[in-house]
Design a protein around this ligand. Structure first.
Ligand code: AMP
Length: 131
């Protein structure tokens, strides 16, 4: 199986704005964020669909998603944190965690062809990191 872009991030072959890491999971900021703090919680095991993970890994991914969502609510001072499972672009299981204040932000459609704003992403990662 070819390494996914997320496996390359997990192997440190390409950089990311890391938020959290343990033996099973890596979480980092989405480079085309829907909102400030939009992050991806990714199992280190490369399995295409979240729904195909073994129960133990799935439950751990969900537990980390919960922990990071509550952390984002406090750290970014936002009332809501949404979650999405899409998986159309990257064939490696992940959950999108999306902090927001107004529901209109949650429906933002990012320009996927735009150059990532690494300055803004670094500043957000500095606030959110739990490493
Ligand atoms: P989807 O597979 O449809 O859930 O979307 C994959 C998400 O991964 C998109 O929101 C992309 O912006 C994001 N993404 C793709 N490559 C990277 C990367 N190198 N670092 C961070 N996020 C990424």
């Amino acid at each position: 199986m070819q390494d996914s872009i997320f496996t390359k991030i997990i192997k440190d072959e390409i950089p990311c704005h890391k938020i959290y890491e343990d033996d099973t999971v890596l979480a980092f900021l989405d480079i085309h964020p829907i909102t400030t703090g939009h992050m991806l919680v990714v199992p280190k095991k490369q399995i295409e669909f979240l729904w195909d993970l073994d129960d133990e890994t799935y439950q751990h991914v969900m537990a980390v998603a919960k922990k990071l969502s509550n952390h984002a609510r406090v750290t970014l001072n936002v009332p809501f944190v949404g979650a999405q499972v899409i998986g159309v672009d990257v064939p490696h299981a992940h959950i999108h965690i999306i902090p927001f204040t107004d529901v209109s932000e949650y429906h933002n459609v990012p320009d996927m062809s735009a150059e990532p704003n690494h300055g803004a992403l670094s500043a957000t990662a500095r606030k959110l990191t739990l490493i």
